[in-house]
Design a protein around this ligand. Structure first.
Ligand SMILES: *[C@@H]1O[C@H](CO)[C@@H](O)[C@H](O)[C@H]1NC(C)=O
Ligand SMILES: *[C@@H]1O[C@H](CO)[C@@H](O)[C@H](O)[C@H]1NC(C)=O
Ligand SMILES: *[C@@H]1O[C@H](CO)[C@@H](O)[C@H](O)[C@H]1NC(C)=O
Length: 467
């Protein structure tokens, strides 16, 4: 298999002309070699392109977001009018991913409705490549390129026929569909405006060359939400590496709240082992629901912050918005024009609206004794002009060091307004260990207080950008 793929790579290099490669492949398939290649025909993406089509383009209607009532057929301009395509308006191409059922999943009408809610005059076109997407994953993944090319031809035809400017074209692809969108963008004659990748698929794409997956070259702006990048057995459902101009990792790109293991286990207890799909789906699909949320909650968009790593973000070290360091999550994301990917992080709630309010707490502890063996449980309560949020846990990521400033991230689900007061609570959790007991006794004996003092607490709000 590898050898064959290499063969064709050679042809590409020699000819540098897709047309010739196609005819070469056809020649080969017709030749005595053809039989040899037969079982591999599916791998040659050009082969299936003509005349059989693999993608259908359904312009959905705002009042029937669930139904395919009108197909736009490339080469038949009258279908544009018949489907009431508005060529001066924004156009969305929604591209689904791999499917076991061969049917659209329940998020599809929700996303279509949300797009129409936000952009009333838009054309929301659902790309139906279910027939190819319901193969084994590996086969479906190989078909993404052929489907992408077909969409590219559709885009070229629409541009020629309607004179629509391509900066009004926004491709939204989920899972494998994100890579389909990438191939569509890279094969279209002119660059499309935007591609949003919703948890782009990882297997067969992670670590691949930019030409073989979604990449920043595929559109003027490529933004990506990563929600299931937790690897297991070296495989992650969603791609881990950054592949856009802007890559946002909500909750570090894994362990989405509300999709927890306990929930999954409960489901398995109730519905059997097949429910494990639900747990996977919950995190993978979270990317779509975050995007839908961003369409519907325009007034209160969630923010993401640029950071060197998720670990640094979890310590609250990256809540600045200066020089483009923060951005809006989802639809309202502002375009980032850097050649290299910008990675951003955010926390979310378990359900819609997903936004939370991020705070950085910098606390300076001072003490005469060595505190590094202490494992206190630290909580904070914030009281503001609009509300309060009590007993938020401060997670100690490292040993507590005396005479040093520690930084923490806390989030509140409610908007507390401007911070007026805070309560800080320290609870010693291992005070019954022998060494600590000894220390307590000795400090008592020597008349030293074992007290740890909180010297200073500084608070910075991410959303308000206030200290
Ligand atoms: C087409 O879209 C434009 C702007 O997006 C809007 O002003 C116009 O009313 C729309 N036309 C129809 C027939 O809906
Ligand atoms: C922390 O600093 C204070 C004052 O500067 C000093 O007295 C104390 O010994 C220091 N504690 C440790 C453990 O170094
Ligand atoms: C505090 O204790 C830890 C381990 O018990 C030790 O590694 C560290 O050097 C001590 N620090 C000071 C300032 O004595």
């Amino acid at each position: 298999m590898r050898a064959c793929q290499l063969w064709f790579l050679c042809f590409v290099v020699l000819d540098a002309d897709a047309q010739k490669v196609t005819s070469l492949e056809e020649d080969l398939i017709d030749s005595p070699f053809g039989n040899f290649f037969d079982p591999l025909k599916d791998l040659f993406d050009d082969k299936n392109d003509h005349p059989a089509t693999v993608a259908k383009f359904s312009l959905r209607n705002p009042s029937h977001p669930d139904d395919d009532l009108c197909y736009i057929i490339p080469g038949q301009p009258e279908t544009l009018a018949a489907c009431t395509f508005n060529s001066t308006s924004k156009t969305f191409l929604v591209i689904h991913g791999w499917t076991l059922s061969g049917m659209f999943e329940s998020w599809m009408p929700k996303l279509v409705s949300a797009l129409y809610e936000r952009e009333q005059t838009a054309n929301v076109i659902v790309v139906d490549w279910l027939s190819s997407a319901q193969n084994h994953y590996v086969v479906a993944a190989q078909k993404t390129k052929a489907v992408g090319r077909e969409i590219a031809r559709f885009i070229d035809w629409m541009e020629e026929t309607t004179n629509m400017p391509l900066d009004k074209l926004h491709l939204i692809g989920y899972s494998l569909g994100a890579h389909v969108a990438g191939f569509a963008g890279s094969h279209a004659s002119n660059k499309v405006g935007r591609i949003t990748g919703l948890d782009p698929a990882g297997p067969d794409f992670e670590g691949e060359h930019a030409h073989r997956r979604l990449s920043p070259d595929d559109a003027h702006f490529v933004d990506v939400l990563h929600t299931f990048t937790r690897g297991s057995l070296g495989l992650s459902i969603g791609i881990q590496q950054p592949i856009g101009h802007l890559d946002i990792y909500p909750n570090g790109g894994s362990f989405q709240p509300g999709c927890n293991l306990r929930g999954a286990l409960e489901k398995i207890a109730n519905f059997g082992i097949f429910a494990i799909n639900d747990a996977v789906k919950c995190e993978h699909e979270r990317s779509i629901h975050l995007f839908i949320d961003s369409l519907l909650n325009e007034q209160e968009p969630a923010k993401a912050y640029r950071c060197g790593s998720n670990d640094m973000f979890d310590r609250g070290m990256c809540l600045s918005c200066r020089k483009g360091r923060c951005n809006t999550v989802g639809y309202g994301t502002s375009k980032v024009c850097r050649p290299r990917s910008v990675q951003m992080y955010t926390k979310t709630r378990a359900s819609m609206p997903f936004r939370v309010y991020h705070y950085q707490l910098k606390i300076h502890f001072s003490s005469k004794v060595n505190t590094s063996e202490m494992e206190p449980s630290l909580t904070i309560s914030l009281y503001g002009t609009k509300g309060e949020s009590e007993n938020l846990e401060l997670k100690l990521k490292e040993r507590l060091e005396t005479n040093r400033t520690h930084s923490f991230l806390v989030v509140t689900e409610t908007d507390i307004g401007d911070l007026m007061m805070l309560k800080f609570k320290w609870m010693e959790t291992n005070s019954w260990s022998v060494s600590n007991l000894l220390k307590m006794v000795s400090s008592w004996w020597s008349g030293n207080s074992d007290g740890v003092e909180v010297h200073k607490i500084r608070v910075r709000s991410g959303e308000k950008q206030q200290k």
